[in-house]
Design a protein around this ligand. Structure first.
Ligand code: NAD
Ligand code: DAU
Length: 332
């Protein structure tokens, strides 16, 4: 049994990770989460109290982080400001949380000689042309576009430097776009589902040709657990499940699955600097660590996700009006 400190464990992927760990290991978990607009303690509801505890706090708080890290065997670092559109409106919390917060965690794991896993994104590699046969690999040069992705890229580089200079026992993973339960309504798929539930219309940025490489959140988390078990310290693993789809196709599928006409959506103002396409080549993870995704049918995974938002309105409703007001102010 290990004692695991999960930062950002009240957010989308982190909370699904905590559930996954409880179901698949006998580890004990402490969640460190600031409970920003994106964190919700209800997301951890129903988990056994003798195995999961929540500490509300900031990863940039050096004293708090030091005390928590010293009492755990492993740190899995999910906490971040995670939304590109927010980073275009106000980058400052992105710098503090994604860069300074990661720095404080690294200093603590260095002092206490703890194992560390760093959760990152494929956005650090920038974007690809629609017709480029290449996909991102572990050796693709970093070329981030937004304040969000540049601070994630910077946090990855801090981890690599702490590995090389101080011998910190860290692994890194860079994953593509996740979908599934408990994702905030500001994100693409939950925003469109909840718009339709509310009798509104999905909102597509620009022409909708941008491509994202979708992976179910449980597949992301099974890969993270596999990397923690078997990955080599200092190494990076890309996580993806061959799920490329353009945004227009995803919106049309949501409308179809929800019994609406496939053209019942609006084109709205495009995102500034909008990355065109992300695509992951996960060969290394599959061949070296023997990982494979379980959710290969996007249509079925999306239908389950729609059903989850229909059944859990009380979870997302408190965030919906405020989120839509922010988008409306930006013409989106
Ligand atoms: P999220 O926004 O849903 O959750 C982030 C969580 O971090 C929230 O609970 C929030 O309260 C917490 N948090 C924010 N600032 C904090 C701070 N200073 N101290 C402590 N806690 C803080 O994000 P997510 O989508 O679950 O993403 C989790 C991680 O996965 C991030 O590192 C993100 O970059 C990465 N990632 C996300 C995706 C995706 O598709 N969502 C894909 C690849 C990688
Ligand atoms: O690739 C991994 C990244 O995926 C993560 O690092 C980020 O944390 C996560 O937010 C996500 O970033 P994106 O910017 O790709 O996700 P988002 O859900 O914001 O948007 C997905 C696509 O949909 C993108 O091309 C923008 C578009 N979009 C988004 C919204 C909110 C729309 O067309 N309409 C919308 O209303």
């Amino acid at each position: 049994m290990a004692r695991v400190l999960v930062t950002g464990g009240a957010g989308f992927i982190g909370s699904n990770f905590v559930r996954y760990v409880v179901e698949n290991t006998d580890d004990e978990v402490t969640v460190l989460d600031k409970l920003t607009y994106a964190g919700d303690p209800r997301t951890l509801g129903g988990l056994p109290e003798n195995r999961v505890r929540l500490v509300q706090g900031d990863i940039a708080d050096a004293g708090l982080v030091d005390g928590l890290v010293s009492g755990h065997d492993l740190v899995v670092h999910f906490a971040a400001e995670s939304h590109n559109d927010n980073s275009l409106r106000d980058p400052s919390p992105f710098v503090r949380t994604n860069l300074v917060g990661t720095f404080e965690l690294l200093e603590a794991v260095r002092r206490h000689e703890k194992r560390y896993h760093h959760i990152s994104t494929d956005e650090v590699y920038g974007d690809l042309e629609l017709d480029d046969p290449a996909r991102f690999t572990e050796t693709t040069p970093y070329n981030p576009s937004s304040p969000y992705s540049s601070t994630k890229a910077g946090s990855d580089l801090l981890v690599r430097a702490w590995v090389r200079s101080f011998g910190v026992q860290a692994t890194l993973s860079n994953c593509s776009n996740n979908y599934g339960p408990y994702q905030h309504v500001e994100k693409f798929i939950p925003r469109q589902i909840t718009n339709v539930i509310d009798g509104g219309r999905p909102k597509l940025y620009g022409a909708g040709e941008n491509v994202r490489d979708w992976i179910h959140v449980d597949d992301h988390n099974s890969a993270v657990l596999r990397i923690i078990e078997a990955g080599r310290a200092g190494e990076t693993y890309l996580i993806g499940a061959d799920g490329e789809q353009n945004n227009k196709d995803v919106v049309e599928l949501i409308l179809e699955l929800m019994g609406q006409s496939r053209d019942a959506y609006d084109h709205v103002t495009d995102r500034a600097g909008h990355d065109l396409r992300y695509a992951i080549d996960a060969t290394r993870l599959r061949t070296e660590l023997g990982w494979a995704p379980r959710f290969s049918n996007f249509r079925a995974g999306l239908a389950d996700t729609i059903a989850w938002y229909q059944a859990n309105e009380s979870w997302w409703r408190p965030q919906k009006a405020r989120t839509e007001a922010r988008y409306a102010a930006a013409g989106q």
